[in-house]
Design a protein around this ligand. Structure first.
Ligand code: SF4
Ligand code: SF4
Length: 126
């Protein structure tokens, strides 16, 4: 797996004093954000999958969880908006392969992909 250069949008903050390792958050999170490390005997977190639904916060019996929007956002830039910068990061993560974003899917630029896109552009609207 390549390096993910995009900082997670949300931070999952777990108070270790309040957490009783009941693993309820792990069962309730559909995104698989929470896990349990048996060797260390503590909860683990993969923040990159969090969508800020707050379900785990509601179910935590000891109020040990907070979900917060990350402070590590992109600075305002006169030339590039946030989505464009994220696309550039994804391109960097691909090893420099040029990618295009069309019809909801990221795909590598190839002669076939360019021809497909040209054909779509030329299709008359109904
Ligand atoms: S639900 Fe709360 S107390 Fe239980 S493991 Fe998760 S954070 Fe800890
Ligand atoms: S806020 Fe939602 S997506 Fe994020 S960790 Fe909690 S349950 Fe999972």
């Amino acid at each position: 797996m390549g390096i993910d250069y995009i900082y997670p949008q949300f931070e999952v903050i777990r108070d270790p004093v309040r957490c009783i390792n009941c693993r309820l958050c792990e069962k309730q999170c559909a995104g698989g954000v929470h896990g349990f490390d048996k060797d260390r005997g503590c909860m683990t977190t993969d923040e990159s999958k969090c969508v800020n639904c707050q379900r785990c916060v509601c179910f935590c019996p000891t109020h040990a969880l907070k979900i917060r929007k990350s402070d590590c956002t992109f600075r305002d830039n006169a030339n590039w908006d946030e989505d464009t910068i994220k696309e550039i990061y994804k391109q960097a993560g691909s090893g420099g392969v040029l990618l295009i974003w069309r019809t909801g899917k990221m795909k590598e630029i190839t002669r076939d992909a360019e021809q497909e896109d040209d054909a779509e552009d030329e299709t008359p609207a109904d």
